[in-house]
Design a binder for this molecule. Sequence first.
Ligand code: GLY
Ligand code: MN
Ligand code: MN
Length: 436
Amino acid sequence: MGLKSLFQEHLQSVLSQIELILQELKLDGLVIGAGQPRLFFEDDQEIPYRSNHHFRYLCPLEGASHLLIVRPGQKPLLRVFQPEDFWHEVKPLEADFWTDSFVIETCAQEDQVWADLFLTKGRYAYHGPDGERAEREGCLTQVESLLPRLNWLRLKKTPYEQQCLIEATRRAAQGHKAAERCFRQGGSELAIHFAYLQAVRCREQDLPYENIVCLNEKSAILHYSAKRDDIHNGRVLLIDAGAQVRGYAADITRTYATDEAAEEFRAILADMETLQQAICASIRPGIRMNDLHFQAHERIAQLLIDHRILLNCDVEKAVNLGLTAAFFPHGLGHMLGLLVHDVAGKQVDAIGTLGEIDPRFPRLRTHRPLDVGTYVTIEPGLYFIRMLLDPHRKGEHSACFNWGLIERLAPCGGIRIEDNILINEDGIQNLTRLHL
Ligand code: GLY
Ligand code: MN
Ligand code: MN
């Protein structure tokens, strides 16, 4: 099916579900604002702008200040802000795969976007970053359970969304291949970052999140953002980098080690690769993310014991005493889509009931069941983070740690392997492994 048909089917399906929400909440319509760019404090430079993700869900038009109005039984109305502006390029709105699906009105003045509407004549709910303006125009901005209901729709990816996600993954994979080549040729973090951008063919602000490019010990910093240019010939590279297509994100991490890296580290890396694939293979529709996360801790415990990083303990003790948490301190994965950490990961129903927090892992971003059509990351990690390990040195379980080996491994930083997974009837489709 072509992109146009996929999009039409996506929009129809989303609109019909929004109509039901409007009925249930006794609303006449939903108004969604794209939002506006903001300036850095007391500066005239714009913070890189990204439109409201709820707007992007319905309409792939980029840019700011647009307004979308959904009413039951009608083609959605799209007010497009097209300023007369000789400072910036304003591209004419041309026919595209999505344009037939909207009644489009272009506005040269920002005020026109809101002008002469019918919003005071009924109950219209607004969702977007411009709530004050919307209230002045007569919209409701605090409709209970509207947002969780909208977020709930986002869990199950339509075929159009799946197509966007496949393309985003393909683009990111090209970047990752170029990054690995640059690393193996001795490139700095900055050079690897540039190689990635070059291969993805985009600017930094087009990425879904800032690239994390870590050589050696920096791999132990989970969200390391510097891009050093003075360190070359790294022994370990951890790169967490994505790409976007029509607003949909890829979120992929790879870890590589050269022959110069500690032999024990290379062996652990090979086993982490097997472990990550085994977790992915174990996914069945309906499995809960917190159970998968617990399974990841058990597998990491076994790996730490096998590699004699943990001593004098078994898997159960290593997990229950929090010893594995010192090496794997983040969640196994999260919802992925229009946002990198996408919506509704904690909801168990449409009206926003939150799932019971698992006392074992109270801070997970996602603990809901993984139903067919949901899209998640699976990203186990194993790091040598001094801040987390040091308390154990003098702690009551110090004898469980092989401190000599940990000291030898610490300069290698850590490992994370992250794939993007679509849950389907049979189990999973690993979109990342199609390309990387
Ligand atoms: N790239 C951010 C994350 O993996 O969650
Ligand atoms: Mn992730
Ligand atoms: Mn990531």
